[in-house]
Design a protein around this ligand. Structure first.
Ligand code: GLN
Length: 259
C-alpha cells in the first residue's frame, strides 16, 4: 500500500496576524491536501508558545497592523532559533505583509518605532506616508517557474501559469539585501517598495510577499508548489497531478481583469 503522506503545518499567530482573508491560505492548503489524500496536521502558535525543533514542514505567517507587530515582534525573538533552524533544514514558509516584515532585519514604522525582526530574510522595511493599496500582479522569478514545472510532469509546460495575483495594503517599503532574489517582478501594483519593481523574497524554501487576498485559493499552482516542497523534505521528490481548478482559475483571471 502506498505510504500515507502527512503535512505538518504551523500557523503563526492566527489570533493576531490575519488580515484580508489570510486564513484562506490555510483553508486552501488543507483542502488541496485532503483532495489528494494527504493528511494535514495544523498547530497554531501564538504569544509565549514554543516552536518545537524540526517538527513542522510548512509555516504560515499572515499580516497585521503596526501596533500588533510590536507585540508579535518581541515574542517572535523567542521563537527565532527553532524557526530559523527549521528553514535552514528545508522547511517551507509563506509569510505575508506584516509577517514578512517581522522576518526581516527590522521594520521602522511611519511613527518612528523600530521593530526588530529575526533576520531570516536579508531585507528591511521603512514605513512611509504612502499607502500602497490595490491588486498586485506579479510574474514569478524564473527559478520558481522552473520548479513549478518540475512538480507537474504531466502538464504541458506552455500551459502552466507563472504569475501570481493578490491584494496589497501596506505603508512599509521593503528593500532587499544584495544576495537575495525576489519572489517575482511587478506587472501591476507596488510590490516591495513601489520603486524597483521587485515583489517579495525567497530564501531557501521561505517566501515573503505582500500578496493578501487570500493568495493561495486563487493561485493554485503556487499552493501546490508549497505543498510539494514541504513534503519533499521527508518523502523525497514529489510530483502532483493538477486538480480540477476551473473555479480557482476563474477567480485568478477575474482578479487580474480588475487590476
Ligand atoms: N503594518 C504593515 C504596513 O502597513 C503591514 C500591513 C499588513 O500586514 N497588511 O506596512
Amino acid at each position: 500500500m502506498a505510504q500515507k503522506l502527512i503535512l505538518r503545518i504551523c500557523y503563526l499567530y492566527p489570533d493576531l496576524m490575519d488580515t484580508y482573508g489570510d486564513i484562506g491560505n490555510i483553508i486552501a492548503l488543507k483542502k488541496r491536501c485532503a483532495t489528494r489524500n494527504i493528511k494535514v496536521e495544523i498547530v497554531n502558535k501564538s504569544l509565549n508558545d514554543k516552536i518545537e525543533k524540526d517538527k513542522f514542514d510548512l509555516f504560515f505567517f499572515g499580516g497585521g497592523q503596526d501596533k500588533i507587530q510590536i507585540l508579535v515582534g518581541k515574542d517572535l525573538q523567542k521563537k527565532r532559533e527553532n524557526l530559523i533552524n527549521s528553514i535552514e533544514k528545508g522547511a517551507v514558509l509563506l509569510s505575508i505583509c506584516g509577517g514578512y516584515q517581522l522576518l526581516q532585519k527590522y521594520f521602522r514604522t511611519v511613527s518612528g518605532e523600530t521593530i526588530k525582526g529575526i533576520g531570516l530574510f536579508d531585507a528591511h522595511t521603512e514605513g512611509s506616508d504612502e499607502r500602497m493599496i490595490q491588486n498586485l500582479w506579479i510574474d514569478l522569478s524564473k527559478n520558481i517557474k522552473d520548479e513549478i514545472k518540475e512538480i507537474y510532469p504531466t502538464v504541458d509546460k506552455k500551459q502552466l501559469t507563472t504569475d501570481l495575483i493578490g491584494f496589497e495594503n501596506h505603508s512599509g517599503k521593503t528593500y532587499l539585501g544584495k544576495n537575495l532574489k525576489p519572489l517575482g517582478t511587478v506587472i501591476k501594483g507596488a510590490g516591495n517598495n513601489g520603486e524597483d519593481k521587485t515583489e517579495g523574497i525567497r530564501y531557501k524554501n521561505a517566501f515573503g510577499c505582500y500578496l493578501h487576498g487570500a493568495l493561495l485559493p486563487k493561485n493554485p499552482h503556487f499552493a501546490d508548489y508549497l505543498i510539494a516542497k514541504a513534503l519533499e523534505r521527508r518523502y523525497g521528490q514529489i510530483k502532483l497531478e493538477p486538480l480540477d481548478d476551473s473555479i480557482e482559475w476563474q477567480a485568478h483571471k477575474a482578479a487580474i481583469k480588475r487590476t
